[in-house]
Design a protein around this ligand. Structure first.
Ligand code: ZN
Ligand code: ZN
Length: 583
C-alpha cells in the first residue's frame, strides 16, 4: 500500500525545472566534476546493462532486450569477475579528488559490487530461494509498456522466449535444500505467470501486424516456454527436499544484508532497539490522546482498563469516518491541490508546478494489488508522466470493501496522499531529477526514499496539517506504528526466531492491525528480509539529521532550507547526506 513501483525506476522526470535560487542558498560544496570519473561512470553503466539485460529493459535501456541470462555457475563467475574488475577500477580514484555528488556515486557503485560478491559467495540464495527464478514479469513488462512499437517489442520477446527452456533447465540445477515457503511462492508465482503467455502474449500477437509465419513462430516459442515453466513447477513439487533451509536469514547474513541494502549509519541491532523504544513512546502518546478523546465519543461510558484496548476502541470508532468506494479516486484527486497549497502556505519546501502529478485508475496489468502507488518514468524515459495509480474497489465484496475503506479512512487517506504524493514520494522524485546522476537513479537508496516519505508525514502534522486535531495525531501514530513494527518484525523473525504467533501478537495486539493485514505481513516477512526495515531506518536517520542540523545552526535553522538541501543530494543513503550537510 505504501510502495513505489520500482520496476519503472525512480528518476528521470526529464525537464522538471526549478528557477535558480528557488532552493534557497546554494551550498558551498565542491561542485567541480572530475571528468575522468565521469567517463568511468558512463563506461560502468554501459557494462552494467550488458551484465544485467533484464534489469536494463526495465529501466528503459533497450539495447540488450533480446538477451536472457541463463542462471548458472558460469553467469555467477562472470558476475564475480565483473564486480572484482570494477572494484579494482574504483581503487584508481582518490575520493578527495571527486566532488560530493561523485563521492556518493563512488560509494553506491562500491556497495553494489561488494553486495554482488557477498550475495554469490555468502548468501547463496540462488540455491535456497527458487522464487528468484521467474521470467513472466519481464515478458509482461515488455508486452505492457509502450516504449517501442509492438512489432519491435514482440521481436525481442521472441528472442527471449527461445532461451526460456535453457533458463529453467539451469534453474533446476541450482536449487538445493530450498526453504519451503519460498518453494511454495515459486510455484504460486510461476503458475500465476502462465497467464502472461497464455493470454497477454496471444492478445499482443493478434493486435500486431506481424506476418502469419512470424506470429506462429512466436506462438511456438511461447508454447515451449510454457512447457519449461510447468516443468519447473513440477520439479519443485516433486524434488525430494529432506533438509530444507529455514526461510529465516539468521544473524550473520541479516547484519550483512542490512548493511548492503540499507546502507545505514547504524547496525541492524541498533535500529531494532530504536524501533522498540519508538513503539513504547507511540503507545504512551496514543494512550494519552485516546483517554482525552474518550468522553467526546463515549460520553460517560467507562473506558476499558487496559490501555491497548482503550486505544483500539478509539481507533475503531474513528475509522468509521471514511469515503464511499465509488468516491475513492475522486477523494484522492481532490486532496492533491490542498496538500500543495498547505506546503506553500507554510513554506515547507519549493514545489514545482510545471509537472503536475497525474492521478489515474490503476492500469489493468497492475491490478490485483489494491491501494496506491507512484509510477515514475525510468531514467532513460525523459519527459514521461508520473502517475499516481489508485486501485479500484469495483468488484470487491461489501465486507472487503468496507474493511479497506475503514483502513484508509478519512484521516489515513490524507496521510497516504502525503506519503505517496505531496510532499512525499512524488515531490522527492522531482527533486531527485535535478541531481542529474544516473548512478543515483539506478542504484538509489530505498531507505532514503521511503524514509523521506515517512518523515514528511510527521513534518506536515508538526506544522499544523489537520489543524492539530487529536484524532489526526492518533491515526497518524497508528499508521506510523506500522512502519515501526515492520522493522521490529523483520529483525525479530529473521534474527530472533520469532514464530507466527509472536508476529501476530505484535501486529494485532500492539499495532492495532486487522487479522487479514497482519496475516499478509507475516507472509511478506517470511518471503523477504531487510526491506521491511527501510521505512523506519530512513525515517529515523532523516529525523536525527534534522535535529543535528538544528543543534548546529541554532537560531539560523530554517525548515525549508533543510528540506530542500536534503533533497538536493538525490537518492543517496542518508549517512552520506549527513556527512555532507554537517560538514
Ligand atoms: Zn513509500
Ligand atoms: Zn463504512
Amino acid at each position: 500500500m505504501k510502495f513505489i513501483t520500482y520496476t519503472l525506476a525512480i528518476l528521470g522526470l526529464g525537464v522538471a525545472s526549478c528557477g535558480p535560487g528557488s532552493h534557497g542558498k546554494q551550498s558551498s560544496v565542491d561542485t567541480v566534476t572530475n571528468q575522468k570519473f565521469k567517463a568511468y561512470e558512463d563506461q560502468f553503466i554501459e557494462q552494467l546493462w550488458k551484465e544485467n539485460p533484464e534489469w536494463a529493459t526495465q529501466v528503459g535501456f533497450h539495447q540488450y532486450d533480446s538477451l536472457l541470462t541463463i542462471p548458472d555457475a558460469k553467469a555467477r563467475t562472470l558476475r564475480l569477475e565483473f564486480s572484482k574488475r570494477h572494484l579494482d577500477s574504483l581503487k584508481g580514484f582518490d575520493l578527495n579528488e571527486l566532488n560530493l555528488s561523485q563521492q556518493t556515486d563512488y560509494h553506491l557503485i562500491q556497495n553494489y559490487l561488494e553486495s554482488n560478491i557477498w550475495s554469490i559467495e555468502e548468501e547463496r540464495s540462488y540455491e535456497w530461494n527458487p522464487s528468484s527464478y521467474n521470467v513472466s514479469g519481464l515478458i509482461a513488462f515488455m508486452l505492457a509498456e509502450n516504449y517501442a512499437p509492438l512489432a519491435t517489442r514482440l521481436e525481442a520477446v521472441h528472442q527471449r522466449l527461445v532461451k526460456i527452456p535453457a533458463y529453467y533447465e539451469a534453474a533446476k540445477k541450482q536449487v538445493k535444500n530450498p526453504a519451503l515457503v519460498l518453494t511454495d511462492l515459486a510455484i504460486q508465482q510461476n503458475l500465476g505467470g502462465l497467464s502472461v503467455f497464455e493470454h497477454d502474449l496471444r492478445d499482443s500477437l493478434k493486435s500486431s501486424n506481424l506476418s502469419a509465419a512470424e506470429q506462429s513462430a512466436i506462438q511456438k516459442a511461447s508454447n515451449q516456454a510454457v512447457v519449461a515453466i510447468k516443468g519447473f513447477i513440477q520439479f519443485l513439487k516433486t524434488n525430494p527436499n529432506p533438509a530444507p533451509r529455514s526461510f529465516r536469514l539468521g544473524q550473520e547474513l541479516y547484519e550483512a544484508k542490512f548493511n548492503f541494502d540499507i546502507q545505514s549509519g547504524s547496525t541492524a541491532a541498533q535500529i531494532y532497539d530504536a524501533a522498540i523504544a519508538r513503539k513504547s513512546y507511540l503507545h504512551g502518546e496514543m494512550y494519552k490522546i485516546s483517554k482525552d478523546l474518550w468522553p467526546k465519543y463515549f460520553g460517560s461510558t467507562l473506558p476499558p482498563r487496559d490501555s491497548l484496548l482503550l486505544i483500539r476502541k478509539m481507533i475503531d470508532t474513528l475509522s468509521v469516518n471514511h469515503v464511499e468506494a465509488a468516491e475513492f479516486q475522486t477523494a484522492i484527486e481532490a486532496q492533491i491541490p490542498k496538500l500543495v497549497a498547505f506546503v506553500k502556505e507554510k513554506d515547507l519546501l519549493y514545489i514545482d508546478d510545471s509537472k503536475p502529478l497525474v492521478v489515474r485508475k490503476e492500469p489493468a496489468y497492475m491490478a490485483g494489488v489494491a491501494g496506491a502507488s507512484i509510477s515514475a518514468p525510468g531514467p532513460y524515459d525523459k519527459g514521461g508522466n508520473t502517475y499516481y495509480n489508485v486501485g479500484s474497489l469495483a468488484g470487491w465484496s461489501k465486507e472487503a470493501s468496507e474493511s479497506y475503506l475503514r483502513e484508509y479512512n478519512h484521516y489515513i487517506l490524507q496521510i497516504l496522499n502525503i506519503h505517496e504524493a505531496i510532499p512525499g514520494h512524488y515531490t522527492q522524485l522531482v527533486y531527485a531529477n535535478q541531481s542529474p546522476s544516473l548512478i543515483k537513479s539506478i542504484l538509489g537508496n530505498g531507505a532514503m526514499i521511503e524514509g523521506w516519505a515517512v518523515y514528511t508525514e510527521q513534518m506536515m502534522l508538526e506544522n499544523g496539517y489537520g489543524d492539530n486535531a487529536p484524532e489526526m495525531w492518533l491515526m497518524w501514530y497508528k499508521w506510523h506504528l506500522r512502519t515501526v513494527c515492520n522493522a521490529i518484525l523483520d529483525y525479530s523473525v529473521h534474527v530472533k526466531n520469532w514464530s507466527e504467533q509472536d508476529a501476530m501478537h505484535l501486529l494485532v495486539d500492539e499495532a492495532f492491525q486487522q487479522q487479514a493485514e497482519a496475516a499478509g505481513k507475516w507472509k511478506r516477512v517470511s518471503v523477504s528480509s531487510v526491506q521491511l526495515t527501510s521505512y523506519f531506518t530512513g525515517y529515523k536517520e532523516i529525523y536525527d539529521l534534522r535535529e543535528a542540523v538544528k543543534q548546529q545552526e541554532g537560531q539560523q535553522f530554517n525548515l525549508k532550507t533543510f528540506n530542500e538541501k536534503f533533497l538536493s543530494f538525490g537518492n543517496s543513503p542518508v549517512k552520506y547526506i549527513r556527512e555532507m550537510m554537517l560538514k
